[in-house]
Each structure stands twice: as structure tokens, then as C-alpha cells.
Design a binder for this molecule. Sequence first.
Ligand code: 8ID
Ligand code: ZN
Length: 362
Amino acid sequence: QIPETQKGVVFYEHDAGLKYEDIKVPEPKPHELLVKVLYSGVCHTDLHVYKGDWPEIKYKFDPYLVGGHEGAGIVVGMGSQVAGWKLGDLAGIKWLQSSCQSCEFCETGHESNCPEAELSGATHNGSFQQYATTDAVQAAKLTKPEELPNWGNENFNEYMAKVSPILCGGLTVYKALKASNLKPNQWCLITGCAGGLGSLATQYAKAMGFRVIGIDSGDDKKEFFNKMGGEVFIDFRKTDNIVKDIQEATHGGPHAVVNLATSSDSISLSTKYCRTNGTIVLVGLPAGAVVKSDVFDHVVKSLKIVGSYVGNRADTREALEFFNRGLVNSEVKVVGLSQLEQVFDDMEQRKIVGRVVVDTSN
Ligand code: 8ID
Ligand code: ZN
């Protein structure tokens, strides 16, 4: 039985308060699924959206906006044109909510770059509600834990909570690591290595055969990074020559840098310590960020700077397979959806270690 109203966290304007309210359950359009969201990861992107950090996005308030784009749930309804899904399937809600399917970017598997893309939690109400609609083509297919040897149905709730951050965080870092062009045994430096994306990046990088050096700050974050399999941790608040420390630890600098920190300075710094011929991957999106670096270094060291934006459906499937096979363990802290405002506060103060996931039932 699908109710008419549900609990959700909404906001009516950027940065003007979140409300945990009774709102209408949305109706799926012909091409959409209705997903009963059980858990949703809280990505720093949700905080950027709430703050209005990225004026380039055409946010949709009608009259409110529901954030969230790491939703894991059960298909409980669908529109008349949906194919390939049945009620009771497990589905994931991603940032890329839908794309046009016919532009040159969609045609070549770069659907996240589609100019018509709709974004969960920004241009389409997202997963911080108990029932959400999402495009059936882009929705992620989740495997039932009973079909996975190392999960099983008795761990259903834990599986759903832990799989949710893979839908943005895991997918994004997996794709960014592919874009780094690293080869096995090479050094991968991850900035923001103990944040939500960072904790997953450390594990994907290790599973892909790379050596991981991470930058973040705090003893709790260092301990967490080491637990995730990271090899060398640099506390950016404790060193007085970070470039030297990194180059010494990696004998000449990391072969690639994946920038996940929500700080402009740390991005610019990465061009200083990256190894000659290395690749710098931009993922973190601090408000108004620019990369400032010396052209001389770029030319003489022949550095490559590339952007990486979530991933396509194949990347999603692959990122989920790493998780399903137990190669990546998503370490999450679960709190009630009603506590979202507190999670945002903690995130802003950089207090969160790893990922927080909200349980939509409370
Ligand atoms: O497709 C994409 N490109 C994509 C997808 C998903 C998320 C991009 N993102 C972006 C988010 O919008 C956000 O800007 O990636 C960024 C990181 O998201 P997150 O991992 O969800 O954020 P977090 O959990 O708050 O972690 C950020 C970490 O950065 C550290 C903090 O301590 C925290 O652990 N950090 C900061 I702030 N400054 C740092 C510095 N100077 C730093 N770490 C190292 N050096
Ligand atoms: Zn995200």
C-alpha cells in the first residue's frame, strides 16, 4: 500500500533551513519508477546544493526541493512505459537522474555530460524522502543480497545502508581512478582521503592495485584511513613542507592525484607535488574554485589535468560489483532522516569521518 503522504526533508530556498515534513508521495511519470527509499547516503554535493554553491545548476523548487542522490530502495510502482523492471526489484537513485539518450554525449556513453541531464536532489526531488521517483533507464539495478554469497538476506538492511554511498561516492571515485590512467603498483594520492568519497577511493584504489597516499587532517581520520587500507597519511595541518613530505614518501611524487577535498588550495597544491608525466583528476567541487598553477611546471613536467563527473551506467554496474564481491567495504554511520540538518552541520565543520547514511524510517 502506497500512502498519500510521507516524511521528507525539504527546503524552500538555499541556505534558509531544512524542514522534516509531511509531504505528498510523488506519482511516477510514464518512464519513471516509484522507489520506496530505505537509506540514502549524505554526499557533500547535497550540502553544496543546499547552500547554493553552484549557481550554474537550474535548481527546481516546486515549491520545495528534496535533496539526496544516494538512495537505495525497493521498486513499488512504475509508469506505463517502463521496461526491464518489476515490482519488488531493488533500485538505486543516482545524481544522474535522467539524460536525453540521443545527444552526442549520451550516444557515446558520456551521459553525465548530457546538457539535458536531470539531477536527483537538484533539478528533480531526490532521496531524502520515503518515496521518490526516478528515471527507469538511469536507475541503478541493485542485486538482492540473498543472491550474493558474502551477504545473504539476513543482512538485508545492512546491505541497503552500505550500498547507498556506492551510488554516488563509489561510482564517482571508481570512474575518477579509471581517468587517472594509473597502472598497478603506482602511487595514487587522494586529497580528502577520510571523507565520504575519500574512504571509498582509498579502497577502490587498493582493489585496483594502486598504492595509496592520503591527505586529510586529524588523528581520527588518520586511523580511519589506515583501516581502509591506506598506506601513507599526511596531516595537512601538521606538516610544514607538504610537497617535500609527499615526494619523499612516494620517491618523486604520486603518479596521479585524485582531488576530493572541498578546498581550492589543496587542488592547486596538487600540481606542485604530482610526479612528472602524472595526471591530476579534479572531482571535489568547492564553491568558486579555480586551479592556480605554474604553466612552466605543466609544460616541463607534462602534467595532465582532467575533470571527472560521476560515471555512466557501465561504471555504475562495475562499481557495484566491487562492492558486491566484498572488495570494497562501505563504512557508514546510520542516523534518522530527521537528523539531516545535524549531519550537514557536522559536514560543514569537517567532523564527519567516512559517510553518514540516513534511514528514512525515523
Ligand atoms: O562527480 C563528481 N565530480 C562528484 C561526485 C560526488 C561528489 C563530486 N563530488 C564532490 C562533492 O561535491 C564535494 O565537493 O566531491 C567533494 C567531496 O565530497 P565528500 O567526500 O562527500 O565530502 P566530505 O565527506 O565532506 O569530505 C571532504 C574531505 O576533505 C577534507 C575534509 O577534512 C574531509 O574529510 N579536506 C578539506 I575540507 N580540506 C582539505 C585539504 N586542504 C582536506 N583534505 C586534504 N587537504
Ligand atoms: Zn554525490
